[in-house]
Design a protein around this ligand. Sequence first.
Ligand code: 1HN
Length: 351
Amino acid sequence: MSNSALDVKPEITPKRQEFYDRLGKKAAAPLWEVLADIVTVKPKPVGVPALWRFDEMRPLLMEAGSLITAHEAERRVLILENPAMPGKSQITGTLYAGLQLVLPGEVAPSHRHTPSALRFVLESEGGYTAVDGERIVMRPGDFIVTPAWTYHDHGNDSNAPIIWLDVLDLPLINQLAVGFAEHHPQETQPVTLPEGDSLARFGSGLFPVDYKPAHGTTPVRCFPWDRSRKALLDTARSTPVNRCHGVKMRYENPATGGFPMATIGTFLQMLPANFSGAPYRSTDATVFCVKEGRGKSKIGNDVFSWGPRDIFVVPSWTPVQHEASEQSILFSASDRPVQQALRLWREEEMS
Ligand code: 1HN
């Protein structure tokens, strides 16, 4: 659409301005002055493309570790803030991302809140997150789900730091003004389930005959890296390589076939060595985390080279084009389940 009231603003004459000023005093405003800003012809991305290098962030995270304990901080996290939105604690319009550190011997106290969280583990030689009575040992590449309003605490009983990427639907939850949070009465919630329980019970293609899926959220709390990687690479052997995505899979809630989380969709994709992808855009702004490999991505007009554990963000409807110099695996997360539930999601493979 062009040349219409949707993208052209009427001229402001002194008489009109005087009228607008009087409207303002009555908590009113002329729609025609803002229409083009609030009804956009195409999405106006929230935030800009950006990349965070793990090798630069890790020393800062360790420095944070010497300045404050996990206990005092509640969560010792460096927020990955979109550079276009400093102070807003968001990486996209709907998602928050951060890097969390738990040092050997530390516990991050148990609490619950209405925002949902995912963890993508970057560095760990043991240690756990506990979700709803189940301790989940963290290994690099594991994707772990903390559903809304479930108690969770983290602990490191290993000899090495644990570092992971947190992605939460916080900006969305706060926009809806449905944020609640509370501490567990104890520092660490009681462990009531055996280790590996959720995967053993719900990750084998068998469900209790009268099982009713809880709305939106997977009963499998952890998608372990070794299984995910094998599924991706085995699939890649018998699947054509998509010209934009390489071989891309989505994590699934085995009880519903939908995404594991109601608000955040998660994906794993393999770019073959020397892959040079075609541009692609979708309305769901996406946070990528490099699991393995090296390459670069053109996002809008910016080119970012990346390696293991780097994190980058692609804003809504911004073309992205991936290249890989060696076989690479990218984890990614976006608000696609929300957009699809509302029948609003769009994508386009470009040439
Ligand atoms: C939270 O609870 C965690 O549980 C991490 O690890 C990051 C950011 C904002 C609000 C709550 C966690 C968070 C958070």
